[in-house]
Design a protein around this ligand. Structure first.
Ligand SMILES: C[S@@+](CC[C@H](N)C(=O)[O-])C[C@H]1O[C@@H](n2cnc3c(N)ncnc32)[C@H](O)[C@@H]1O
Length: 206
């Protein structure tokens, strides 16, 4: 399947930190403290799994985490992370082939920029069905706010990962429209790296 980051697993974190410093991490960590104790958490496209350790710093036990990652190599690295006494199920499959019910929290960190607008629609509907009403969805991704360098950086990244990992998209899909369409409420948001990165916490209302 396309968008599998196997070929970049060995250097992904170093490269992203070289380009963005701590911004990718800070943006994702920003909302993790909002995860309620003892909840069911679904993480999709977590990469090398460092987010598991960040979550564990806030909740050392009590969480039931499903960690879905399409890349075998990313998954191998993720399995070695410290998850404290949390229960983590590692699912090495594309999220399109996974169905879980009644999740309290869903986390999608830099997942949707891998998809074209057309493929985003069924993917979004599929993920939406797994979140319980009243659940939280933490989404972090890039956004364009009209600064020329953002456009250049985005296109360079998409080209790089298209060649290396078969990423299908050339532009950012309109993820905000999907959240609107499905009746989500934005509870909190914050931008990073001169507005190029945005993290939002949504509440599923219907
Ligand atoms: C841009 S990377 C982000 C990694 C990580 N969230 C981070 O910020 O360091 C996207 C990740 O999503 C994974 N991925 C892409 N498509 C996926 C799918 N359909 N199901 C599950 N994981 C997927 C890739 O293998 C990759 O690890």
């Amino acid at each position: 399947m396309r968008g599998n980051y196997d070929n970049s697993a060995a250097f992904y974190d170093n490269l992203s930190r070289l380009v963005f410093g701590k911004a990718l991490v800070t943006a994702q960590v920003h909302l993790l403290s909002r995860i309620p104790a003892n909840s069911n958490v679904l993480i999709i496209g977590g990469g090398t799994g460092w987010i598991l350790e960040e979550i564990t710093k806030m909740h050392s036990s009590g969480l039931n985490i499903s960690y879905v990652e399409i890349s075998d190599k990313m998954m191998d690295i993720s399995r070695k992370k410290n998850v404290g006494s949390n229960q983590v199920t590692f699912i090495n499959k594309p999220i399109q082939q996974v169905m879980l019910n009644q999740q309290d929290v869903i986390i999608t960190p830099f997942l949707f920029d891998n998809f074209t607008e057309v493929n985003l629609h069924p993917l979004f509907a599929h993920i939406h069905a797994m979140l319980k009403t009243g659940g939280l969805w933490l989404n972090t991704d890039f956004q364009l706010t009209g600064k020329w360098w953002q456009y250049i950086l985005l296109k360079s990244m998409l080209l790089f990962f298209k060649v290396l990992c078969g990423v299908e998209s050339w532009r950012l899909p309109d993820i905000g429209r999907q959240f609107n369409k499905y009746g989500y409420e934005i509870i909190e948001e914050k931008t990073f790296f001169n507005d190029f990165i945005i993290t939002k916490m949504y509440n599923k209302t219907i």
